[in-house]
Design a protein around this ligand. Structure first.
Ligand code: ADP
Length: 249
């Protein structure tokens, strides 16, 4: 069943830059999909269209039958409640004066739940990301990977159908990135949450064996089924992020 569908989507920003051109792609419920491409190819724009941070210039983005581009600004929160979103910059996404528990609970307080309803949900989300014993810690007492786990717990605490990740491992070392990927993969496997992840980390993409959408200069050039993506050979060495990007674009 199609959960997300982009039909002939183009996005041109007011400065005249066309970030995406004529993208058509269906995504089924429960899929895990990587969106890859060089820096500036349009990955972030792709995911921003899903959570209505941006509207398509032409074409339609549909989520669960809802035309996302047509949602009135005042109603966007209704869409966002159905989505979890994880970003690269976990540092600035956490409220520094709140504990880990409070940071995750905050998302539910915002939707008007009571403390009694909130507690089991927060504890379950923190358990899922492996942070049950850090509930009373403050963000500055956590490692980068732990902070990102808090962000993931906050993103999934209200059982979203879709988890959108924009470079979630971009600020993490390879080992921690792998831990984060395991957490996200478990969410996909155990909860059936559909995952859309923009990333430049081709090593991770190679290892995960999921469906891969390749964007080159705003154009969807490939849609690779699970298990078939192979990172370019030199990517497996010590190539820096910027150099690796050139392989794709
Ligand atoms: P990526 O995530 O792959 O790095 P982006 O989607 O961020 O790519 O950007 C795609 C293109 O759109 C780039 O040329 C970028 O400079 C441009 N762009 C992104 N956001 C904006 C914006 N808000 N206004 C104007 N141009 C933008």
């Amino acid at each position: 069943m199609k959960l997300i569908e982009l039909k002939k989507v183009s996005k041109t920003y007011p400065n005249g830059v066309t970030a995406l051109a004529d993208i058509s792609v269906p995504i089924n419920k429960g899929e895990f999909v990587f969106v890859i491409g060089a820096s500036g190819c349009g990955k972030s724009t792709f995911v921003k269209l899903l959570y209505r941070e941006e509207k398509p210039t032409t074409g339609t983005v549909t989520i669960g039958g809802l035309n996302v581009g047509k949602i009135k600004n005042g109603k966007v929160y209704k869409l966002r409640r159905k989505l979890g979103i994880v970003f690269q910059d976990y540092e600035i996404k956490l409220l520094t004066k709140l504990t880990v528990y409070e940071n995750v609970a905050f998302a539910l307080e915002c939707v008007g739940m009571t403390g009694k309803e909130i507690r089991p949900k927060v504890m379950k989300a923190l358990e899922r990301v492996g942070l049950k014993d850090k509930v009373r810690s403050f963000p500055n007492e956590l490692s980068g990977g732990e902070k990102q786990r808090v962000c993931i717990a906050r993103a999934i605490v209200n059982d979203p159908k879709i988890l959108i990740c924009d470079e979630p491992t971009g600020n993490l070392d390879p080992e921690t990135s792998q831990d984060i990927m395991r957490v996200i993969e478990n969410i996909n496997n155990e909860l059936g949450t559909t995952i859309i992840m923009a990333t430049h980390d081709l090593q991770i993409v190679d290892r995960m064996k999921k469906r891969v959408l390749i964007i080159q200069k705003g154009v969807l050039t490939d849609d690779i089924p699970p298990g078939q993506y192979k990172a370019p050979k030199k990517e497996k060495g010590e190539i820096k992020k910027d150099e690796s990007s050139k392989d794709i674009c």
